[in-house]
Design a protein around this ligand. Sequence first.
Ligand SMILES: Cc1ncc(COP(=O)(O)O)c(C=O)c1O
Length: 388
Amino acid sequence: MKQIPPLDLTRQYEQIRTAVETSVLDILQSGRYIGGAAVAEFEQQFADYTGTTHCIGCNSGTDALYLALRALEIGAGDEVITTPFTFFATAEVITRVGATPVFVDIDESFNLDLEQIEAAITPKTKAIMPVHLFGQPVDMTRLMAIAEAHNLAVIEDCAQATGAEWAGQKVGSIGHIGCFSFFPTKNLGACGDGGAVTTNDSAIAARVRMLKEHGMTDRYHHEAIGLNSRLDALQAAILTIKLRHLDAWNQGRDRVATRYQQLLRALPDVVLPQAPAGGTSAWNQYTIRLQERGGENLRDPQSGSLRARVRQYLQELGISSMVYYPIPLHLQTVYQQGSDRVGQFPRAERAAREVLSLPMFPELSLEEQQRIAAGLKDCLVASEVLAS
Ligand SMILES: Cc1ncc(COP(=O)(O)O)c(C=O)c1O
């Protein structure tokens, strides 16, 4: 039986093969592999796409977040509010600059619960770092109002949400800084690592540019301890080509999400993700919840849960699914801080036990989605959740 992968980049590549191969060969023959016109062109086009005045390419989404914090001079003694239900990099960079990640629990959208932000603000809080998880935009209107009331900076982690919008504006253009990842699995993915910082603030942009090149102002004049974080010319050229397709691909993801909605609706114990009321999702993932009825031990999340059964069942049918993320960040060893934090963020902990990301990419066919839906229903029947 034909396998259904979580994401199939080979199908995407077929659509852009000629343009990419021509462009890559041009770069190879040009001898200009770092910086230059290809990078400048991508930065300009990505700034235009996101509706910002500045885009600075860098080596990864992780570096983009790190550079954003450094540009805002956030460091030792400072606190940054973020979500415990995200990829590790979000909190890792906060710790890496010497600051403390202060977690706030999530709501049913898997994003930060904005109701709980104000209670987490202290005199040490310098910024809020919302994550548009799985492509779903955070309610940026409310978040910016909270940030403004408390004079806090907002760094948007847009790694999974390139192209998503809130109230008609692209994510990454609403907060003070937007941080993007071009890791291959992202909506706009390179053929390797890549990232970018976006902002409408010229001073922040200049600082990011300086920091990403060893804190250099003029050649060999260093004003800060920075890093070497470059988006290389080959990746920039590939991203420029892919950017032209991004809206169509995101619309394709939206179609796939709508079809899942139709195929999977009204299944007991299955909660489907909802398209946001005030914006558009980039649907980097289509993440369902397989609800647990009894309490379960988070430290052994595979212990016969409905999620584990569904995952195994689908796997036997040749259908891959993924768990993003099995351990919330406050329960990662490095953030346990010697104390047992189990129970601190119950919604994030529950999500970690229940989430399952189904295959999601624009080229996923109706027939494949029907196979996935049939497999899921069969498993629910076998588990006596659904009557046969
Ligand atoms: C939410 C989030 N933030 C940050 C990152 C880091 O991006 P990169 O892998 O490009 O460093 C990722 C990537 O997986 C992510 O999903």
